[in-house]
Design a protein around this ligand. Structure first.
Ligand SMILES: Nc1ncnc2c1ncn2[C@@H]1O[C@H](COP(=O)(O)OP(=O)(O)OP(=O)(O)O)[C@@H](O)[C@H]1O
Length: 311
């Protein structure tokens, strides 16, 4: 992240590469993540998010320099996992276990697990502590996982698609619990999701990744300083172009266009139409399209289906 801080970085990544046979899943990825941040790792299917997260957790090898909480993830995995908690997108709990036994189990193996916290998270769901895990719905199993993981007092929480399969009510509840009951300035959360609009207001920073390349590393504050989206009529668009202003991305909208600018003074733009900070989804599409212009066809991003923002 570009954020200036007095703290040492929790994650330092320099020139990371991941190769599966001939295929490059990560290509020269470098970034830093500092304590007290909630970082969204955003990218389309197959972008390399899980490969990166697995490397950070010491669950698979990455080439390049990587330090997490001052440790080398692969070599010092045991020590690292004492301070990190995570939910993989394919997390599985033994189906024969009862919910209260799952709590006992985690309490037994994890010194930083807070049983009362887990029980309080579960009390917000309809899960019966006496149920066997095999009797829970898919979404309930995820809820149980999240309750267990959020009750561990870790310095770093890694969430890979944490709310997959959960209903909208619980998703909202989960994200507000994450902020109110889990997060504090000593902790760091690294999260991936395809439902970017749901975490947009939660994030302090974003890392955009596309086809193994990091295409943006920015704090949300910097995004609002650096990028502006301008809604204009068709004539307004013409005037913008005549004034020599060049958007990095544009989309046709009913009766006009939406133009996305980088590093252009908002006051200059305001003379032509309505300006606002772009949504993460719009910014992602813009940055990926710009990055793709310089890449050969076979490395270009697939069509990305983001939720319409209705601009
Ligand atoms: N074990 C593997 N062997 C070969 N290729 C792999 C392996 N794991 C991942 N890949 C490839 O690497 C690329 C990145 O995969 P990865 O799972 O990191 O993407 P992702 O961004 O997490 O995607 P999604 O959003 O779909 O989960 C994909 O093209 C995938 O097919």
């Amino acid at each position: 992240m570009n954020t200036t801080t007095n703290h040492a970085a929790i994650i330092k990544a320099q020139g990371l590469h991941k190769q599966y046979g001939d295929f490059k899943a990560l290509n020269d990825v470098s970034f830093r993540i500092f304590p007290g941040r909630i970082v969204g790792l955003i990218g389309p299917n197959g972008a390399g998010k899980t490969s990166l997260l697995k490397g950070i957790l010491g669950l698979s090898t990455l080439d390049g320099e990587l330090s997490v909480l001052g440790l080398k993830p692969m070599k010092e995995r045991t020590k690292l996992l004492e301070q990190v908690s995570f939910i993989a997108d394919t997390a599985i709990l033994p189906s024969w276990l009862k919910v209260h036994q799952a709590i006992d189990y985690v309490a037994g193996v994890h010194p930083k697990f807070n049983r009362e916290k887990a029980q309080a998270f579960l009390a917000k769901t309809t899960i019966n502590p006496k149920s066997r895990i095999k009797a829970l719905s898919k979404g309930m199993v995820t809820q149980l996982h999240l309750a267990l993981v959020m009750a561990i007092d870790s310095k770093l929480l890694v969430l890979d698609e944490p709310t997959l399969g959960l209903d909208i009510m619980y998703r909202k509840q989960f994200y507000s619990s994450l902020l109110e009951d889990y997060f504090d300035e000593q902790k760091t959360i690294l999260i991936t999701t395809h439902q970017v609009e749901e975490i947009e207001n939660l994030l302090t920073d974003v890392l955009f990744i596309d086809r193994g390349h990091l295409v943006l590393d920015s704090s949300m504050d910097d995004i609002s300083q650096r990028f502006s989206q301008l809604s204009v009529s068709t004539e307004g668009r013409q005037k913008v172009l005549e004034a020599g202003l060049r958007p990095i991305y544009e989309e046709a909208r009913l009766g006009g266009a939406s133009l996305l600018f980088e590093g252009v003074d908002p006051e200059t733009l305001a003379a032509f139409g309505k300006i606002h900070t772009p949504s993460i989804a719009d910014l992602f599409v813009a940055k990926v399209s710009t990055a793709n212009e310089g890449r050969p066809q076979e490395n270009q991003a697939p069509n990305i289906q983001w939720k319409e923002t209705g601009q």
